[in-house]
Structure formats: structure tokens, C-alpha cells
Design a protein around this ligand. Structure first.
Ligand SMILES: NC(=O)C1=CN([C@@H]2O[C@H](COP(=O)(O)OP(=O)(O)OC[C@H]3O[C@@H](n4cnc5c(N)ncnc54)[C@H](OP(=O)(O)O)[C@@H]3O)[C@@H](O)[C@H]2O)C=CC1
Ligand SMILES: O=C(O)C1=N[C@H](C(=O)O)C[C@H](O)C1
Length: 250
């Protein structure tokens, strides 16, 4: 496939190597400096776009690509308040759009584990649900998209939880009733690729599950596989479509 890399930073460069190793070609490497090329590249030069840019630029990037008829695999997080309009544009243009907050197989297994644990805990509200995500110091958004997906999985199965909140380190919500919220703590440390911990803490014991990314390789491989999977498809997709029904759901 001829792959356009939209966003040529840490993820773009990691994806490039995996794509080349899998026999694909790079149609273009688009960054802030040469973004105008998105409009001038011949439409038939691109078979798929893999977009890992920034929260403030993803929506416009995706819209340009869908309008040009290019299938888009988007990994950028922090823009989901605009998700409905992006998905509608995909349908209006008979396009193909694939989004995942996390493309690694391990995290998507962790998403399933998280929901299973939440089902176990639904009748035990004395176990207070919370989360910690740790990422590198260059990360622009908080909480991580992965943490939000995990929180949504908890909210789906915990009747006593109705929202998630970002833990305020500077101005803790002292005294505010947070009982209905899943609190997410976002820590930024060194070059951490991505660590997510979901915990259920009671007065007498603690249950927690953790996923640790050792590098960006898992994210990048998943994004390239998604681009290969998306070829020839039309519509809006995510990792559940790619992975299908897993053994625990058969
Ligand atoms: N879904 C997943 O599995 C994963 C998602 N991510 C997400 O991907 C995004 C990128 O992460 P990462 O690669 O680490 O970030 P980087 O900052 O390393 O790379 C982003 C790149 O995009 C460029 N960029 C910014 N705006 C535009 C634009 N309008 N058009 C083209 N390029 C642009 C930046 O340029 P400049 O530096 O000049 O601003 C930068 O080179 C983040 O939102 C992150 O959360 C990351 C890993 C996995
Ligand atoms: O910014 C990152 O690096 C990552 N961002 C994604 C997120 O926001 O969940 C995925 C992964 O954790 C790495």
C-alpha cells in the first residue's frame, strides 16, 4: 500500500519503519512544515492515511483526507468531542475511517479484562474505582485517550458510577462529592510510552490491573495492521471490528 503518514513525530517515524518492513511504500511524510502537500498530492498516490498528529489538528486533517477520498486510520487522541461530525463526514463521502485510542493488541485485551473486572465489581461499591495513567513528558493531552476508553468501560458496568474526572493535583476537589466519579490520575514522567492502572480500593484490600507498554512498537504495528484491514472497506470502524469476538465472548 501507498501510505501517507500524517504527523511525522514519534509515532509517525515508528509507523514508517514497520510499514516499510511489511512491504508498504510511504507516499508522503506530512508534518506542520509541509502540510499544504495534503491538498496537492495526486489522489491516486495514496491508498491509506495513518494520522498521528495533535489534538488540535486531527479533525481538520481527517476532514481533508476523507474529502480527498482517502481511507483514514487515526490514532491521535484528545479530539473526540468532534467525533460525531467526523463520522458523519465519513458516511457522507462513502469513506473509510478507523479510530482507536490505543492500537496495541495488549491494550485491547486489557480493555476486555477491564470490562470483565468491572462486571465482577458491580455489586461491591465499597471498592472505590480509580485509575492512573503515566506517559512521557511530551504528551499534550490528559487524561490519555486510553484512560478515557478504560473509564468508559467501567461506567458501562458500574451502576454507582456516572462520570469520570481528572484528578486535580493543584486544586484537589476537597470535600466535593466524587463518589459517582471514576477519578483518573495523569502523571507525566520521562519517556514513559504508556502505563495504565485500574484499581478498586476498599478499606481492607486493593485489587488492581495494569498494562505497561515497553515501547511504541505495539501501537505502531496495530495502526499499520488496521490500515491493511481497512483496505476495500467503507464505513466507520475500530479495534473491536478488527479483532472481532474474542474467546471470552464466544
Ligand atoms: N492510538 C494510539 O495507539 C496512540 C495514539 N497516540 C497519539 O498520537 C498523537 C501523536 O503522538 P506522538 O507521535 O507521540 O506525538 P509527536 O508530537 O511526537 O508527533 C506529532 C507530530 O504531528 C505533527 N503535527 C502537529 N500538527 C500537525 C498538522 N496539523 N499536520 C501535520 N502534522 C502535524 C507535529 O509537528 P510539530 O512537532 O511541529 O508540532 C509532530 O511532528 C497524540 O495524540 C497521541 O496521544 C500516540 C501513541 C499511540
Ligand atoms: O501520547 C502517547 O504517547 C500515547 N497516547 C495514547 C493515549 O492517549 O492513550 C496511547 C498510548 O497510551 C500512548
Amino acid at each position: 500500500m501507498n501510505i501517507l503518514l500524517l504527523g511525522y513525530g514519534k509515532m509517525g517515524k515508528t509507523i514508517e519503519q514497520i510499514a516499510l518492513d511489511r512491504g508498504h511504500q510511504i507516499a508522503a511524510r506530512i508534518d506542520v512544515n509541509n502540510r499544504a502537500d495534503l491538498e496537492t498530492l495526486p489522489a491516486d498516490a495514496v491508498d491509506a492515511v495513518i494520522e498521528f498528529s495533535s489534538p488540535e489538528s486531527a479533525v481538520e486533517n481527517i476532514k481533508i483526507c476523507l474529502t480527498r477520498g482517502w481511507p483514514v486510520v487515526c490514532g491521535t487522541t484528545g479530539w473526540l468531542s468532534h467525533r460525531a461530525e467526523v463520522e458523519q463526514l465519513c458516511r457522507d463521502t462513502n469513506g473509510a475511517f478507523f479510530y482507536a485510542s490505543n492500537y496495541s493488541i495488549g491494550v485491547n485485551l486489557f480493555f476486555r479484562l477491564n470490562k470483565t473486572l468491572a462486571k465482577f465489581m458491580r455489586d461491591y461499591p465499597s471498592y472505590r474505582a480509580s485509575m492512573t495513567e503515566i506517559h512521557h513528558t511530551e504528551k499534550k493531552d490528559a487524561p490519555s485517550g486510553t484512560a478515557i476508553t478504560l473509564a468508559e468501560g467501567l461506567l458501562e458496568h458500574l451502576p454507582h458510577k456516572s462520570r469520570w474526572t481528572l484528578k486535580e493535583t493543584d486544586h484537589p476537589n476537597l470535600g466535593e462529592n466524587q463518589a459517582d466519579a471514576v477519578e483518573i490520575e495523569s502523571l507525566r514522567e520521562g519517556a514513559v510510552p504508556g502505563t495504565h492502572t485500574v484499581r478498586f480500593d476498599s478499606d481492607v484490600d486493593l485489587i488492581e490491573i495494569t498494562h505497561v507498554a515497553h515501547s511504541r512498537q505495539g501501537f505502531a504495528l496495530g495502526a499499520v495492521v488496521a490500515a491493511e484491514w481497512l483496505a476495500g472497506r467503507e464505513g466507520v470502524f475500530g479495534m473491536d471490528d478488527l479483532l472481532g469476538v474474542m474467546s471470552d465472548e464466544r
